[in-house]
Ligand binder design. Sequence first.
Ligand code: MG
Length: 203
Amino acid sequence: MKIICIGRNYTDHVRELNNDLPAEPLFFLKPDTALVIRNRPFFYPEFSNEIHYEVELVYRICKVGKYIQQRFAHNYYNEIAVGIDFTARDLQREAIAKGLPWEKTKGFDRSAPISSFVPISAFPDIKNLNFSLKKNGETVQQGNSSQMIFSIDQIIAHVSQFITLKTGDMFFTGTPSGIGPVNIGDRLEAFIEDTLMLGCNIR
Ligand code: MG
């Protein structure tokens, strides 16, 4: 199983980090050791002083595919969750400045808490899906799947030209604006529409 993450996929977030809008989906991978399931805590790592939350919709791949055309991409996922793409922003800034890879900044242990998955049939329109994040009870991020620069179908078409998708792979599809730091003792809660999907305590 692999975790494929899309960066810079919401215009307001691209602007808040002063990045250029991407011409094609920007993707990177997290290893399976990044996953945190069943609302288990996130342990603040010693190698960073600036861990940021990024709430994202997550799509689960349900069959093997390569060179998937965009018009058929919807056949390759059937469940949605919400997750947090924890990022060591201090290390990432350094990596970007030096042109180095992002694995250290994005792929570290426990950097991907995720809710349980819900069948897409449970939602009236997945192209218009609200999601949000609360930090210590206050809403800090709000997004809607319609705001993605590249839709999940476009993402699958692009990534599958390079990497074979397999059942169980997951796509983190980017974060809207409002990213920010966490500290030990904080609690994050992620929602799809009004349903609390994920709780994560920072320890
Ligand atoms: Mg992200």
